[in-house]
Design a protein around this ligand. Structure first.
Ligand SMILES: Cc1cc2nc3c(=O)[nH]c(=O)nc-3n(C[C@H](O)[C@H](O)[C@H](O)COP(=O)(O)OP(=O)(O)OC[C@H]3O[C@@H](n4cnc5c(N)ncnc54)[C@H](O)[C@@H]3O)c2cc1C
Ligand code: SF4
Length: 327
């Protein structure tokens, strides 16, 4: 590992002041330190933000604010989160292991990097790691990479489970940085790869995540489900965070009053399935309607030969989850 300078910040403003060229913030280090060991990340200076006093989970009016240094395990165990946002607690508990969750922070979880094997292997080209060097995953190992929103430059997926639940909950990410304070809606924090796959998010150099704010829980039932290769300690092949609000219609059946669907494991971002949501709202809450909505969403999928299985997997997961949520 390349030698680096280490500093611990006592406040958010001190962390931002201490950020310069070659600097990276350090959360729990469960992703960044791995990447440093592999030579993928080579910061000259680490500013440790893991002990900033941003570790509270608190009600703010009808919203809940989660500090950026809250550990993943504390978030999942918090009574306020478990009672008001069970889908978020569930999503966090499906990620990593107990030991990793005890260390990993909320800010670091949102900014963890892709698990594409070429990205993690410095002996191979990779547009995300070395812009312009190529994307060997397209002709190579892409079995767990993107089927939606990918580009010719990169087909990586975003790995966070928490981010998928937060996208369905329409959380806001609060950021402070050299340019001042900003609030970024979570479905807009991560970006599609386009021609610049090296940029995972819309954050600017030196931006520090200080908290994530949760709006009041949406009406309806919620669920997070994750399909993976083994029962624990594995990233999602496809995951879903879904909200379904069904009201009565005149004929005595159910009509979809509200619906939100976010998918994980399928794109460079937590993917809001807006086409499926639009197809469902105002219509009947039936298995046929759920299937038609899933198919409307996945019409835009552009799978590669070895990840085409994700299209029927995502379709079946959407339908099964909505059927479970429907009254
Ligand atoms: C074996 C293993 C299995 C895993 N499985 C899963 C899984 O199934 N699902 C899942 O979601 N995750 C999984 N993870 C990933 C794990 O959740 C992340 O490593 C962790 O959440 C990252 O948090 P951290 O605080 O350790 O971040 P760090 O590693 O410290 O940092 C990650 C990135 O965020 C930046 N950063 C950190 N804090 C801030 C901040 N406040 N503001 C701005 N930038 C910041 C760092 O500079 C770095 O770029 C797994 C990890 C391991 C090791
Ligand atoms: S998919 Fe993206 S991260 Fe993976 S090799 Fe291609 S450019 Fe690199």
């Amino acid at each position: 590992m390349k030698p680096f300078e280490y500093a611990r910040a006592a406040s958010s403003s001190e962390a931002v002041r201490g950020f310069g060229p070659g600097t990276m913030y350090l959360g729990g280090g469960t992703n960044l330190v791995d990447l440093m060991r592999l030579g993928v990340a080579e910061p000259e200076r680490l500013v440790d933000v893991s002990r900033l006093p941003l570790d509270a989970i608190e009600s703010v009016g009808d919203r809940v604010r989660v500090g950026a240094t809250v550990r993943n395990s504390d978030l999942a165990a918090d009574p306020l989160i478990r009672s008001r946002y069970p889908m978020l607690a569930r999503a966090v508990l499906t990620g990593a292991s107990g030991q990793v969750r005890n260390v990993a922070t909320v800010g670091g979880n949102l900014l963890q990097r892709t698990r594409c094997t070429y990205f993690q292997d410095v002996t191979r080209p990779c547009n995300k790691r070395r812009p312009g060097s190529g994307c060997p995953a397209i002709a190579g190992d892409h079995a767990n990479l993107a089927i939606l929103g990918a580009s010719d430059a990169c087909v990586a997926t975003h790995p966070s489970d928490m981010a998928v639940a937060l996208a369905a909950l329409e959380a806001e990410v609060h950021v402070t940085g050299p340019g001042g304070d900003r609030i970024i809606p979570l479905p807009g924090l991560h970006r599609l790869p386009g021609e610049e796959p090296e940029r995972d998010t819309v954050l600017r150099p030196g931006d520090l995540i200080t908290s994530v704010e949760l709006p009041p829980p949406p009406a309806g039932a919620t669920l997070y489900r994750k399909v993976r290769e083994r029962a624990s300690f594995a990233f999602a092949l496809v995951s879903i965070a879904a909200v379904l609000d069904v009201g009565p219609d005149e004929g005595g059946g159910g009509v979809v009053a509200g619906c939100r669907i976010a998918l994980g494991g399928v794109a460079h971002v937590p993917w809001r399935a807006e086409r499926a949501e639009q197809a469902l709202i105002g219509g009947p809450a039936t298995g046929e309607a759920f299937l038609a909505a899933a198919e409307a969403e996945l019409e835009q999928a552009r799978p590669l030969p070895r990840n085409a299985f994700k299209v029927p997997l995502a379709r079946n997961l959407i339908v099964a989850t909505l059927e479970e949520l429907a009254p």
